[in-house]
Write a protein that binds this ligand. Structure first.
Ligand code: ZN
Length: 276
């Protein structure tokens, strides 16, 4: 590798810019491990605004509004570790396989992304190296370090209330990949409330060609895992985010013991908080 290539690979983020991954409550005692792939709409300074205006970047194409707020609150309520991505999904989507067209989207929900058009392989590689890989390395390190406690992976997202002119009926959705067992437990609790419409593998089923986090860090490691999608109008305010975090924490506590049996190991709820 020549020095020019090396310099441009290393320099996407300035030394004063935030980390591509934020780890919260790393030593949390819960069996739940939380991740938030679309936590931020920040763009590295060097990439400007990707040719978008502030309203577009603040919209759902740039991130999952409200998801980080819910994830942080849930981390506190459950005493669970949490990894959040530090940059916009439009720079590189941390929940898309690198071969996916959605990895660095040239268009999202009908909006062209000028800063993503005509990229050279090196441009792509810089985003992978600076943002995608460190985020997933942080999740790997966290899970690798949990050798004495069980891990159930909960991936927190939010979805837009209207897509292509169609109002979406679900208040929350629980999605799974091939292993439905943890999702079934969560759905069993959440659907007890007549107040909410709960999506079963909706609004988005998990597909290994489209999704990365659950197939790789969840089932890929043999961990029970779910993707939790919350409709954005329910978590726009801190009150709404707090309410959904509380509901999710309560739901998790109700199913935790049964969920741990899915692991088929000697772990139990009580041992999860006792690393000795
Ligand atoms: Zn998302």
């Amino acid at each position: 590798m020549d020095s020019d290539t090396s310099a441009s690979t290393a320099a996407l983020l300035g030394s004063d810019e935030p980390s591509p991954a934020e780890l919260v409550n790393a030593d949390g005692s819960s069996s739940a491990v939380l991740v938030c792939d679309h936590a931020s709409n920040r763009v590295p300074r060097q990439l400007g605004t990707l040719g978008l205006d502030a309203v577009q970047l603040a919209d759902h194409i740039g991130w999952d509004p409200g998801a980080a707020d819910v994830a942080r609150r849930l981390s506190t309520l459950l005493d669970a570790p949490l990894v959040l991505s530090g940059y916009s999904r439009l720079v590189i989507d941390c929940n898309r396989p690198l071969h996916s067209v959605g990895s660095i989207a040239e268009q999202s929900d009908g909006v062209r992304v000028p800063g993503n058009r005509g990229l050279m392989p090196l441009d792509r590689e810089r985003r992978v190296t600076a943002l995608f890989q460190p985020y997933h390395d942080a999740i790997d390190r966290l899970l690798d370090a949990r050798t004495r406690r069980p891990s159930l992976l909960l991936s927190i997202h939010s979805f837009t209330p209207v897509l292509n002119g169609w109002p979406r009926p679900w208040h929350i959705g629980i999605s799974h990949w091939r292993d439905r067992r943890l999702a079934a437990l969560m759905l069993g609790v959440l659907t007890r409330s007549v107040e909410f419409t709960v999506g079963d593998n909706a609004p988005y089923p998990i597909d290994e060609d489209v999704d990365y986090t659950i197939p790789v860090h969840g089932e890929g490691r043999g961990l029970p895992s779910v993707m939790i999608e919350i409709r954005q109008d329910g978590i726009r305010t801190t009150t709404g985010a707090a309410a959904w975090a509380a509901r999710l924490a309560e739901s998790y506590r109700l199913i935790e013991a049964e969920a741990l049996h899915i692991l088929g190991s000697s772990f139990s709820v009580s041992s999860s908080s006792d690393p000795s």
